[in-house]
Design a binder for this molecule. Structure first.
Ligand code: ATP
Length: 250
């Protein structure tokens, strides 16, 4: 794990991204502190995945800069330091859960007893112990997405970028995963987590709200409620989206 010594995990400056003919992110700037869980919220199509792709370094950008743990996004030094969970599972259907996680662990340089321990720990963290030797193609959608999450977690990256990690999961599993995210942050990891589920917003340290590629707000959950005068994140977000017409207000 890279020691950030209180420095930010991610710094985005003047980021412009065009996808197809569409300017998806027009001049976004943002700082993600380290050791925190930052929720990335916004309506469908607002640019959350595109911003995450730019942070991971897989998005072609028109202009601007993205610095991750002090290095340019996507640079070789970050290969073992950034874990990315995409929305669609990126795992092998003809391997078992354990084989998939082992494969990703090996690719990250883990070997021998350390690899076995990391794989076992991660299988337990995503609550798949009783299915560990089942082929991925025989799993439910929710189980499959937890295998993808495990593959992103197994190397304990300094920064975890998770695109809707709890989608399709029941409330107990969602709670357990959020407890895991909080534990990781308490141990110095930084997490960027996109979600459509507003009650998850309360579990974040900060919330970044996007609308049509623009940054509507970058606040703590308490600030969001205070400044909108609403009592829950769902209502606060709606009030914000409807009242601003897409203009940045904070
Ligand atoms: N490959 C592509 N080519 C052209 N436009 C794209 C491409 N991928 C995404 N877009 C557009 O970019 C915009 C932002 O998409 P993005 O996937 O970042 O949104 P999102 O906030 O993650 O949405 P969701 O919550 O539905 O996953 C959308 O208008 C989308 O149609």
């Amino acid at each position: 794990m890279i020691e950030t010594e209180g420095g930010p995990a991610v710094v985005v400056r003047g980021l412009n991204v065009v996808r197809g003919k569409r300017r998806v992110l027009p001049d976004i700037s943002l700082v993600v502190p380290s050791g925190q869980v930052v929720g990335l919220l916004g309506p469908s199509g607002s640019g959350k995945t595109t911003l995450m792709r730019a942070i991971v370094g897989v998005q072609i950008v028109e202009s601007g800069s993205v610095t991750v743990l002090g290095h340019a996004a996507g640079s070789a030094q970050l290969r073992r330091e950034v874990g990315y969970l995409t929305q669609s599972p990126s795992i092998y259907s003809d391997l078992t859960i354990r084989e998939n996680i082992r494969y990703f662990g090996r690719a990250l340089g883990l070997r021998g007893a350390a690899l076995t321990a990391a794989v076992d720990r991660t299988i337990t963290e995503v609550d798949l112990d009783s299915h560990a030797d089942q082929l991925v193609r025989d799993l439910s959608g929710g189980q499959e997405s937890r295998v993808s999450l495990a593959c992103a977690l197994v190397g304990r990256p300094t920064l975890l970028v998770l695109d809707e990690p709890t989608v399709g999961l029941d409330p107990v599993l969602r709670r357990d995963l959020w407890n895991l995210f909080r534990d990781l942050a308490a141990n110095g990891h930084s997490l960027i987590v996109s979600s459509h589920v507003m009650d998850e917003a309360a579990r974040c340290d900060r919330l970044v709200l996007l609308r049509e590629g623009r940054l509507l707000a970058d606040v703590t959950p308490a600030e969001l409620l205070e400044r909108t005068g609403e009592s829950d994140a769902d209502a606060a977000f709606l009030s914000l989206v409807e009242s601003t017409g897409g203009e940045e207000i904070w």
